[in-house]
Design a protein around this ligand. Structure first.
Ligand code: C2G
Length: 130
């Protein structure tokens, strides 16, 4: 059984998130998703996500392509997560291209093109100015 792992915030869940999870799921039989914690987002982006980590994990866990979710608490623990879930392939969008190549001795690393013209930030901006 081939296990795929991917990571993300998945805040204000949108079609770009859905597409990457769908494509990642098609690479194997078991898709495991690390959802970044609220604390990690404050560290990474300087703000809390709109949806809490429990809500974001709940949304991702409810998708038919997803076999399991866990809380991604640190960017530095990627190798531990890959080993813990025995992942064969790590998938990320190409905004992260090259950033995870250092794990290619542990598993295959694949970057998919981002879905154009949609992001959590752009959705927040549109709602703010309505
Ligand atoms: N994504 C995409 N197309 C978009 C927007 C996002 O394919 N239009 C992909 C991203 O490339 C990423 C995933 O969806 O692979 C999740 O995106 P974010 O929620 O923005 O995740 P991010 O905050 O980049 O967190 O350890 C890595 C981080 O936790 C990734």
């Amino acid at each position: 059984m081939k296990t795929i792992i991917t990571f993300g915030t998945f805040d204000v869940f949108h079609i770009g998130h859905l597409r990457i999870l769908e494509r990642a799921g098609q690479l194997g039989e078991r898709l495991i998703v690390g959802v970044s914690s609220d604390a990690l987002n404050i560290e990474k982006k300087g703000r809390s996500p709109i949806y809490s980590q429990d809500e974001r994990m709940g949304i991702v866990a409810g998708l038919k392509y997803v076999a399991g979710v866990f809380l991604e608490e640190s960017l530095e623990q990627k190798a531990d997560y890959i080993l813990r879930f025995n992942a064969d392939t790590l998938v990320m969008g190409d905004d992260w291209a090259g950033r995870f190549d250092c794990f290619s001795h542990l598993c295959e690393v694949v970057y998919f093109p981002r879905t154009p013209s949609i992001s959590t930030t752009s959705i927040i901006e549109v709602i703010k100015f309505k």
